[in-house]
Design a protein around this ligand. Sequence first.
Ligand SMILES: [Mg+2]
Length: 384
Amino acid sequence: MKITDIKPYPIWAGGRNVMLVKVETDEGIHGWGESGVSSRELAVEGAMRHYREFLIGMDPMNAGALWQLMYRSQYFEGGRILTGAISAIDIALHDIRGKALGVPVYQLLGGKHRDFVPGFATTSQGDKDASLAEAKAFVDDGWQCVRLNWEWLTNSEVRVFEPRESIAETAEWLIEAREAIDDRIVLGIDYHHRLSVAEAASFCQKMPSGTLDFLEEPIRDETPAAYRALRTMTDVPFAIGEEISSKWHFVPYIEEGLTQYARLDICNIGGFTEAMKIAGWCEAHYIDLMPHNPLGPVCTAASVHLGAAVPNFSWLESRVTADGADLFDDEMFPVRPHTEHGSYPVPTTPGLGVEVNEDALKGYEFRFWEAPHLRRKDGSLTNW
Ligand SMILES: [Mg+2]
């Protein structure tokens, strides 16, 4: 079998841009992949065009060797844009391999460990009480893990972020939430790397031990030493890794215990080929995967297969609302994963088990979109 084309589709779907890729072959089998580099999708499309130049004519069954070729073929190796493109192509190659062999992707990865993949839901209401009510609705529906968000973290109209105000109010609210929700339910929060080491430490110290089951991305991850410092200042487990774009970047976070959950993103890390290596590394350190999954159905399907195929797994991020509204339409994605009471059934059809209507994609255009450029009250830039 030979690759005959690689077609990038940066399109607006489900309330944001989704960067899809279709890989076609001379045997009529095609695969779909997705990249996770949000808001810079056209740069990823450019990288895919470079890879297309030498991948056409190659055997898609050799996904591991093609990963090496894509990662190592440029003098300037790595970086999120390149690994975002590699991820999408690698996922599509696995879709092709599964279809060619007549097996679901998890069977290419060693078979499945579980019949369903547990997910976590995230509250989306700005108001504290409404957000807590939403969390309870998720729990009533069967979700065992809920990520709590509210005004300071969810409202994309907010343009000013004051860390000290945010951490004081959020810590107070989380204490209330912990008291209101069954202690068997796992509660976490994502600070979206908006804090400094000192602010993150203060935030954790404002809550009794056991209030939070995980704190996601309190600070940026460029300097592992900063997390090393923060790790000594709180006992709250960390969930880090959605921005990490290779096994090499993950090394200190896994080997030094800087994170207790790996928030690996299969659409950024380098697809299945790289994700499975990191999963094994995490297993050796008793760290469970908690994959990042904020985008489209191809990312979700790939993450479900990954979750089925590794022993060390906690919960998959799930884009759901308490009222059950679906973000994606059936015309564009006729077959896609759906949650059932807090988890995803594992697809049993060959490949990823997701179908994309290429003709429908052509009607959707890419939209330039910027994440909010947050500022402090004094006008200085702060992280979104
Ligand atoms: Mg996050």
